[in-house]
Design a protein around this ligand. Structure first.
Ligand SMILES: C[S@@+](CC[C@H](N)C(=O)[O-])C[C@H]1O[C@@H](n2cnc3c(N)ncnc32)[C@H](O)[C@@H]1O
Length: 271
């Protein structure tokens, strides 16, 4: 049986659930969400040596790569994404943007990326490293080694990670699985979310159940197994991979405090 992280996003952003105007509106909104990341990337790259070769691992609908292209920060972009529905969405998104510099590749980054090198920027935002690491014993090391060898000297890895320390501490207070309810913003199609957490070695098993606002369609659920990293843990792994300790940095926001959830952090590592 496939690891749940390899299929968790199947069916996400299925094109058949968008009419033309909903598609346009969604894309505009997703692009706008990337402003803070584009701003961050503009600040951290070394403009003198930057040639715009970018890889995104787990690129989803491609929004960040298109936003970088639109802002003149991407010359040659590769997005790797497991979910075919998201890749189909990304291809239509590309056409609507008139993108010419981004290639969307459907499949597992660990299996597909054989020989890329001289990359300026490798991006793994929104917990993607944490999704890849638990898939097999070798996945974490394989991913970090691949990233390191693909980067050029002076190139940057950017990751956005979630620190599960609070969840792990809360889980320790209960005998069974930890269950947390949340209520979504009134504009969200989902009304409530029920998150169930259990711990498996270094990983947190996070089962998400969504409850629809109008209750017309069935509830949806999916499970992610996520590797727990604090900044110190990931820093040690990056040093073991070959990154220089002095060139590994932690940030608490992209642009202004509060633009990522409280338990998340951003790590940059320059080769
Ligand atoms: C949390 S989502 C983030 C998507 C996107 N980066 C964003 O910010 O909206 C993580 C994505 O990584 C993809 N993914 C997970 N493991 C992957 C792998 N080994 N290779 C390529 N994509 C992967 C998932 O299918 C999912 O779409």
């Amino acid at each position: 049986m496939k690891h749940p992280n390899l299929t968790a996003y199947d069916g996400v952003e299925e094109l058949s659930s968008f009419n033309e105007s909903a598609f346009e509106e969604y894309c505009t909104c997703k692009l706008r969400e990337c402003d803070k990341q584009v701003d961050f990337i503009r600040r951290i790259i070394d403009k003198k040596n930057y040639t715009g070769k970018v890889i995104e691992i787990g690129s989803g609908n491609g929004k960040l790569l298109y936003a970088l292209e639109k802002n003149g920060l991407l010359d040659d972009g590769l997005g790797y994404e497991l979910s075919s529905s998201r890749v189909n969405f990304a291809i239509k998104f590309s056409e609507s943007m008139g993108s010419t510099r981004v290639q969307n590749i459907c499949g597992d980054y660990l299996e597909l990326d054989k020989s890329k090198e001289n990359i300026d920027l490798i991006i793994g935002v929104d917990i993607v490293l944490q999704l890849i690491a638990p898939v097999s014993e070798s996945s974490e090391k394989l991913l970090l080694d691949k990233v390191f060898s693909a980067l050029k000297h002076g190139g940057n890895l950017i990751m956005e990670l979630m620190d599960f320390t609070n969840i792990i501490n809360m889980k320790a207070m209960v005998e069974n699985d930890l269950m947390l309810w949340k209520e979504f913003d009134e504009h969200d199609p989902w009304h409530y979310g029920l998150d169930k957490f259990s711990i498996n070695g270094d990983d947190v098993v996070w089962d998400k159940r969504f409850i629809n606002r109008d209750r017309n369609i069935g509830d949806s659920t999916f499970t992610n197994v996520l590797r727990h990293y604090t900044f110190d843990i990931i820093k040690q792994k990056l040093i073991q991979t070959g990154f220089d300790e002095q060139k590994i940095h932690c940030f608490t926001c992209w642009k202004s405090e509060g633009d990522i959830p409280k338990d998340e952090f951003i790590v940059t590592a320059e080769k």
